[in-house]
Design a protein around this ligand. Structure first.
Ligand SMILES: [Mn+2]
Length: 204
């Protein structure tokens, strides 16, 4: 469990477990603030073990360094950097606190959901394209949606079973939500990672 509740714009937490206890996970998160915004991402290095972790780290370093750039451009940068690795799949969400918007995109099967605080508003899913960053990059499709304070972004690697964001207690802390998803929906045959980021808006 990692929690940094004071990151600008979001209250966030991560929960994850490696496939085998005591080994390195090939799943990594990125939460990187930049001027006016924050980039949130989840990366699944292909397979598991040290080579998967290495691919995920290369991607995480690129994302930290260029956090202010739009997701499609970041996926291109990661693709170039990951050519010498076994590759990774990842989903990125870039939150713009000035516009109250979020632009997101993914390559592969890291699911992204935005849970709306307004119970009448439908949840949103990140646009994902099939492919592997570092091996085969599809033309990336970004979409931009509005976010309002208390909306909750949930990113899950495929070590979390599909549909994990249903029935969550949206008033709980990001840490509690992340732990609840991991506990209830873990697929025990893979590394697993859940990133939860609640938009809190710019603080004046
Ligand atoms: Mn996986």
């Amino acid at each position: 469990m990692i929690e940094r509740p004071h990151t600008s714009l979001v209250e966030w937490a991560v929960a994850g477990v490696p496939l085998r206890a005591g080994t390195e996970s090939g799943d990594l998160h990125v939460v990187a603030a930049f001027d006016g915004g924050v980039l949130v991402g989840a990366i699944d290095g292909l397979g598991h073990g040290p080579d998967a972790a290495e691919a995920a780290r290369v991607a995480a370093d690129v994302l930290q360094e260029h956090a202010a750039e739009p997701p499609a451009r970041l996926l291109g940068r990661c693709h170039d950097a990951l050519r010498s690795t076994r590759g990774a799949v990842l989903t990125l969400a870039s939150i713009d606190g000035r516009r109250g918007s979020m632009t997101w995109a993914g390559v592969g099967n890291v699911e992204g959901m935005l849970l709306r605080i307004d119970p009448a508003a439908p949840h949103e899913s990140a646009p994902l394209r099939g492919g592997i960053v570092g091996l085969r990059l599809p033309p990336c499709r970004e979409s931009t949606i509005t976010v309002v304070p208390a909306d909750i972004l949930v990113l899950t690697t495929d070590g979390i079973l599909h549909g994990a964001s249903g029935g969550l207690d949206r008033s709980a802390s990001a840490a509690s939500i992340a732990e609840a998803v991991l506990a209830a929906h873990r697929n025990p045959s893979d590394d697993a990672l859940v990133v939860v980021a609640r938009y809190v808006g710019p603080r004046s």
